[in-house]
Write a protein that binds this ligand. Sequence first.
Ligand code: AGP
Length: 618
Amino acid sequence: MCGIVGYVGRSEAAPILLDGLRRLEYRGYDSAGVAIVNGETIETRKCAGRIANLAKLMTERPPAGQYGISHTRWATHGKVTDENAHPHFDHSGKIALVHNGVIENYAALREQLVREVGHKFTSDTDTEVLAHLIGSIYEQLDGKDSKARLVNATRAALKQVIGTYGIALVHAHIKDFLVGARRGSPLVLGVGKDENFLASDVSAIVAHTRDAVYLNDFDIVAVSRDTFEISSVGGDTGSYQISRVEFGAEDVNRGEFPHYMLKEIFEQADSVRDAMRGRLNTEECTAKLGGLNMTAAQLRDVTRIVLTGCGTALHAALVGEYLIEQLASLPVEVEYASEFRHRNTPMSGNTLVFAISQSGETADTLGALRESRRKGYRTLGICNNVASTVARESDGGVYMHAGPEIGVAATKSFTSQLVILTLIGLLLGRMRHLSTSEGSLIIEALEALPGQIESVLKLSDHIRAIAKEYVSVNGILFFGRQFNFPIALEGALKMKEITYLFAEGHPSAELKHGIIALVRPDLPSVFIAPDDAVFSKNLNNIEQVKARKGPIIALTSGDGRKQLKGIANDIIEIPRAADVVTPVLTVIPLQLLAYHMAVELGLDVDKPRNLAKSVTVE
Ligand code: AGP
């Protein structure tokens, strides 16, 4: 939530900062702003609304200068107004600051600044308080070295702060210099030639450099054109490593696709292939997951698994529960990450916890991960974002290698998560009761997936036609059983997120326990009913809806089409696959259905209202 970009170099800062913000718009789009230092004046442009509004302002009055900071906001404290848009200034107006995170004790700090030094505030934000605090300390500090003074003032201010921050700041009188710091919100330093960058996410700067330092919590970085220095809020000299970003600028472009979401849906044959690349051991019919950092003996000793995450990642966890229980006969529990810390979940010493997160920065998931580690459990991450906080704070894990996911609605990360959970089930299963031939069937099913996904993607036009048919409905129900019950939840989440339609997902059999009261001729039901072990049971529920004149969209495979003919109003037919991998195929038509409905409704698919991609607040 919120994206920040900083630049110091020899080029004009404005286009670099604006382009970086566009890449980070997925993190929030309530307001945007830049502060660029020109001589000894800070030129600020900021306004409520999308980055397009800011771009217009910057075209009308282009800010000049070769260093500056910028921000795209997802509002937490204070309404969406021009005044609350970042950057914010200190009392002197010489320090400008952008912030991603929440200063929890801002009210007390603000009260103190008003009482003790008579400061006046122009916004309702927590960020402005931090800017004032840094400015106030800067004025009190002595020393000729203004750069060191600014770093020390930032350090002293951050010591007083309770909460989370990824910040970047400039001082009007300190030439070619930025200060950045992080705690709980991501911040990366991009290392260029005669230029350096700060950003919430490497995608903002990868067009300029692929060398990055992923800052740690409590790092403060002093950044000039050709040098940088990392220390800690505590005052120690920090150690760092320059990493090479594994994707390039072309990977964060939409290409010929009208939306990132559609691009990412269509990337799934490749992303699923990448999730299993090098991880299948066909000889021993098992999976190779070296990143777990666990010996075979340790894995064999595991007696219970907890899967945790939020939103789409939680739905992947729910599929994982079915998968791992079936393949490895291990008890699995799925915990909402946001609730995990607030429950006294009984855990034994041999419980293994997986935190699942595309971004690896979700505050609730991080909270669950830290709680689990605090209690002494081995905690592994399943994330996409290399070097994210989840990846760094876990005892090991599995990367998705799905490439950057920019659309706010998660798509390809979900199918990658499903593949990884299948691999985990296979690995644990083959150490227990799962036979070579069963293991071999799972591997065959996994290897067939990319080709089958290509076939499912060819249904996009057919699904668009179905979307057009139902575009005026007020809501949609989704039903599935067994492995596909969580897919009903995911289908409903995609629909809610981007079409704003009321949508609910349920196990098909729950219909008769209450939901059937909702069924009526203008409320369609989507049934995920592939030709699997529970098809005939799904068919009974479909008949129950049909008998009450509810329109039915059925997603099926194999012989399902024949049996659904004359019952379902619309049929989407996917290739037949082994039951355990079916969710990878069934979810894609639901992603496409939500996408095409949203486009038909004229909505902004990649930036749904009120949402942000990476939820770094609790
Ligand atoms: C999915 O479409 C959502 N945007 C959201 O539910 C997301 O999956 C959730 O916030 C978790 O994100 P993460 O995977 O980055 O942790």
